[in-house]
Design a protein around this ligand. Structure first.
Ligand SMILES: [Zn+2]
Length: 302
């Protein structure tokens, strides 16, 4: 039912974006991983999104998503980000329960916010958990099973901060080179592993390198495994700066930024927290705050 012509038309429209994504994205071991847990229903390890703001600090939900206190920012030698606005009640992205899944690399919003996605899961630096615990900057994690399975537990404190875990395949392959059956195995097996480990089914999928994002074959594979959107990106964090798809090299409201769980080996000696601090500085100096991607997406009614 998911292979109708209508779907294909919509899918092809995203072709240009996919090329752009390929040009900047998810190189080496990098890629997007992650799937946004299905909405905010309180599953076991369910992130504290939208409605209920559990234990975390005494803050009004939405006003301090990228908050933390001044001392926390100073501890990491950073200037505080502007507080993110409250999540929109009417979500700019509305996902359907069936049919073709949309492919997007930004979110339509006038809020001066960007979204940070972190892929793969190779570097498991405890300092990064400390940093996010201090700063409360929201991220979405697109995790690759074979890269995280040696330590699923690392990501649980990050999830407990309210961050969602999304789908990024089992082995990080170039999807367009795989048969539909193999594509399905890559997505469905990551989906079930992440669901089992983290208690929520990923809502979003990111193909490694952005490859194949706009092909009908991949769209069908994603549909058959459960995620309801394919998420690409507009900027890609390198070591100290971002690579922009836009010619003016400026962040725009609603941009999705790709980063990776990487350490000194991949970052020419820089650590994960240094890379992430530089990313926040680039965002801060352009006057943006960081919002939670899943707060701008309406999951299908269940
Ligand atoms: Zn990746």
């Amino acid at each position: 039912m998911s292979r109708d012509g209508r779907s294909r038309t919509r899918t092809y429209a995203a072709g240009a974006l996919a090329l752009l994504a390929l040009a900047t994205g998810c190189g080496d071991n990098g890629g997007g991983a992650g799937a946004a847990p299905a909405a905010t229903t309180a599953a076991p390890a369910a992130p504290q999104s939208a409605g209920a703001a559990p234990a975390a600090a005494a803050t009004t939900p939405g006003t301090t998503l990228a908050g933390g206190d001044a001392a926390a920012w100073a501890k990491w030698n950073l200037k505080p980000l502007a507080p993110a606005p409250a999540p929109p009640a009417d979500k700019p992205v509305k996902l359907e329960r069936t049919g073709t899944v949309p492919v997007f690399s930004d979110v339509k919003t006038s809020d001066k916010v960007v979204f940070i996605t972190i892929d793969d899961g190779a570097e498991k630096d405890p300092k990064f958990v400390e940093m996010l615990t201090d700063l409360k900057v929201p991220i979405s994690m697109f995790l690759t099973k074979d890269i995280v399975k040696n330590d699923y537990g690392y990501f649980k404190p990050l999830q407990a901060l309210g961050n969602h875990i999304q789908n990024h395949t089992v082995t990080h392959p170039v999807m367009s080179k795989l048969s539909p059956e193999k594509q399905k195995a890559e997505i469905c097996d990551d989906q079930s592993a992440l669901t089992q480990q983290y208690g929520t089914a990923p809502l979003l999928f990111r193909p490694p390198f952005g490859d194949g994002a706009n092909t009908p074959t991949l769209n069908t594979s994603v549909q058959e495994c459960g995620p309801r959107a394919i998420v690409l990106w507009r900027e890609s964090m390198q070591i100290h700066d971002m690579q922009y798809q836009a010619g003016d090299k400026k962040l725009k409201p609603g941009d999705i930024i790709l980063a990776h769980f990487r350490g000194p080996k991949e970052l020419k000696g820089a650590t994960m927290t240094q890379m992430f601090g530089d990313l926040l500085a680039r965002i801060q100096e352009q006057g943006f705050s960081v919002a939670r991607l899943e707060d701008y997406i309406q999951a299908p009614a269940s």
